[in-house]
Design a protein around this ligand. Structure first.
Ligand SMILES: Cc1ncc(COP(=O)(O)O)c(C=O)c1O
Length: 393
């Protein structure tokens, strides 16, 4: 047996769609009509007005914080509240835009931000809360939504790991002022590499297009805004007016065409993944593994495995058994565990009291994930759980 993190996420049907584009006479392959079609279809699926297709989830993260920086008129608001368990680009997009990341611990049952800690960290300096819905779990609750509304704080959702997950009958990614998705191969659906910036706000949408493409005015899709700026800068070539410092984060027609093809099967695949996840949890030994997840509305693309043991020796033994059985795994769940321990942050945040970060540290040392893909058979899940449950930890 071999159990990989992801299997066959790009299938024959996707390949046929790519071939159709390549077989065209003089095909346009750079960002064009297929990208627009994918963006429209994605917006409809998600339940938002606008989406901007970019070349990665990290780019979506970076563009989102750049937009906040452009919209923020209050220079004293320079802090963004972030989870300690997330992908590195969530934190780096904050830092690279000149803001201070303010960290909170996570909950074990949904791997997302601890709301009591968020409440304590909100101050006059708080510009935004940047949540991550980790590994398919919903990180929202009504309390958090009420706080954000009451305090009038920007809210960004990173949904790169939770495509199709739901809170109160609405998809995650339709709650925030901005939301981000990743279409990297290992996620619920793929465009090989790719990401999406989504919003209901027209101004944010226009900025996302501008930030995606060199900061160029002509990307805005807002003729009256463009005319105003062109008049103001009449000494510049109207095709080359660069409004903000950014880079090129565009995707292309092949990526979009794969995205359209993948989107058609996303809901069906997610249903199968959810079935797999519930089956996996029902078999797992509760004495050895944490199973008390809040999985209502979740859409997991990987099975989380959190060991109950506190012994590093037993953990290492666990890893050896997985390796022996060809079960591919990652330690640290989303993004390798506790971001606060990473070298890139050392000079930026200084010393932090780790006593407030016990859950993320638990995940850092004893949290894992293994693959959950639609073609995974229940028989194989049985076998995997048998191996896991037999491990002496
Ligand atoms: C939560 C989260 N945010 C952002 C990203 C970055 O996405 P990408 O790999 O497409 O740059 C990832 C990547 O896996 C992620 O898990």
């Amino acid at each position: 047996m071999r159990h990989e993190l992801m299997h066959n996420n790009f299938d024959k049907g996707d390949f046929i769609e790519v071939k159709k584009i390549l077989n065209k006479k003089n095909p346009i392959l750079t960002q064009s009509r297929k990208v627009e079609e994918f963006e429209k279809k994605w917006s409809k699926w998600l339940g938002v007005k606008y989406s901007t297709f970019v070349n990665s989830g990290s780019s979506a993260n970076f563009i989102s914080i750049s937009i906040l920086k452009t919209l923020n008129k209050n220079k004293n608001k320079n802090e963004i509240i972030v989870p300690s368990l997330t992908w590195v680009s969530d934190i780096n997009s904050v830092i690279l835009n000149g803001y201070k990341p303010v960290f909170v611990d996570i909950n074990l049952n949904n791997l997302s931000m601890n709301i009591d800690q968020i409440k304590k960290k909100i101050s006059k300096k708080t510009l935004a809360i940047f949540i991550t819905h980790a590994q398919g779990f919903n990180g929202l609750n009504q309390n958090l939504i009420n706080i954000i509304k009451k305090k009038k704080i920007f809210f960004i959702e990173d949904v790169c790991e939770s495509h199709g997950a739901i809170f109160k009958n609405k998809k995650l990614g339709s709650y925030g002022d901005i939301s981000n998705f990743s279409f990297y191969y290992a996620h619920h659906m793929t465009t090989i590499e790719g990401g999406m910036v989504c919003t209901n706000n027209k101004k944010i949408y226009e900025l996302s297009r501008i930030f995606r493409s060199h900061g160029m005015l002509r990307e805005s899709k807002n003729p009256s805004f463009e005319n105003k700026i062109k008049k103001k800068y009449s000494y510049l070539s109207p095709q080359f007016i660069f409004l903000y410092p950014t880079l090129n984060f565009r995707n292309n027609e092949i990526g979009a065409c794969i995205g359209i093809s993948q989107l058609r099967k996303l809901d069906r695949n997610n249903k199968k993944r959810t079935l797999n996840f519930k089956y996996f949890l029902s078999l797992l030994d509760k004495n050895k593994y944490f199973t008390n997840y809040e999985f209502k509305g979740s859409s997991n693309y990987a099975f989380p495995i959190i060991l109950n043991t506190k012994s590093i020796k037993k953990r290492n033994y666990f890893e050896n058994i997985l390796k022996k059985n060809n079960i591919e795994f990652r330690r640290g769940n989303a993004g390798g565990g506790n971001q606060l321990k990473q070298p890139y942050l050392k000079k930026i945040i200084g010393k932090i009291n780790m006593k407030k970060f016990t859950n993320v540290q638990k995940i850092h040392d004893f949290g894992y994930y293994i693959g959950n893909y639609p073609s995974l058979k229940l028989k194989k899940i049985n076998k995997i759980c048998q191996i896991l449950n037999d491990i002496k930890i």
